[in-house]
Design a protein around this ligand. Structure first.
Ligand code: NAP
Length: 228
């Protein structure tokens, strides 16, 4: 990777996105972090070298404006982290059409719409484009029946990432579908297995290890390959 490295983290207000920004900042990267509400940047706004941008991922006009504001930037890492759990309980008889639409839009479609707008600015040869997937997105691992809609949305994301990679025809591009572990965040809950520091430290190590290896991989924060 080049000496002055720039990362873009999509969805950095809290949880894993916020943790990623902290790890990158500690590691000397220039960081651009997107928030839905930049007024709520909190301590993030005080981190030197962290530029805050606004993005509600499901808003096309905001996506286009972000693309314009980021013109000319070259990214060593674009990490599309934002995601939602969806309605709870995930009862197929009770769930509304709107809630299902929002879940699949946010978790599967919007990340690709972000990536399409920015992939041309991922550094040739060494840049990494990472999507926050989940092991629950594996269709071969029978798990997560309580979260069947979330699981399906991450399987859909994995499928969309595959189609995106084929569409790009860019063998140099390193694309990661990343499982962060089961992490103590608002989404992961307090009973989760690992903390944000452990997960984000691991993911940053994997980003660095995978830089320069073109192709698509589904891995976890420890670098282990996962089954699609
Ligand atoms: P979190 O604490 O709930 O944070 C979710 C983040 O996504 C927040 O910054 C949120 O912003 C942002 N976001 C949600 N919808 C958005 C939208 N439409 N546009 C822009 N930003 C949006 O969850 P987390 O645990 O950190 O999860 C981060 C990612 O990891 C998600 O993709 C999740 O599916 C994935 N993941 C988490 C775990 C886990 O154990 N925690 C495991 C596997 C995968 P606001 O603050 O504005 O809501």
């Amino acid at each position: 990777m080049s000496t002055s490295r720039t990362a873009l983290v999509i969805g950095a207000s809290r949880g894993l996105g916020l943790g990623l920004v902290h790890r990158l900042h500690e590691d000397g990267w220039n960081v651009i972090a997107t928030l839905r509400d930049p007024q709520q940047a909190g301590a993030l706004g005080d981190l030197a070298g962290v530029r805050i941008e606004q993005l509600e991922m499901n808003d096309t006009a905001q996506l286009d404006r972000l693309q314009q504001r980021l013109q000319g930037e070259i990214f060593d890492l674009v990490f599309v982290n934002a995601g939602v759990m969806g309605p709870l309980p995930q009862d197929l008889e009770a769930v509304s059409r709107g809630d299902i639409g929002d879940l699949f839009m946010t978790n599967a479609v919007a990340p690709i719409r972000v990536a399409r707008r920015l992939v041309g600015q991922v550094r040739e040869g060494s840049g990494v484009l990472a999507f926050m997937s989940s092991i629950l997105g594996s269709v071969t691992i029978p798990d997560g029946s309580d979260l069947c809609l979330y699981k399906a949305s991450k399987a859909a994301l994995n499928s969309m990432i595959n189609s995106f990679v084929v569409e790009q025809q860019r063998p140099d591009l390193c694309v990661l579908a990343m499982h962060p572990g089961w992490v103590k965040t608002d989404m992961g809950g307090e009973n989760a297995e690992i903390d944000v520091l452990t997960s984000t430290r691991g993911m940053l190590e994997q980003v660095k290890a995978q830089s320069g290896n073109g192709g698509l991989r589904f891995i976890n924060y420890l670098g282990e390959n996962l089954t699609w």
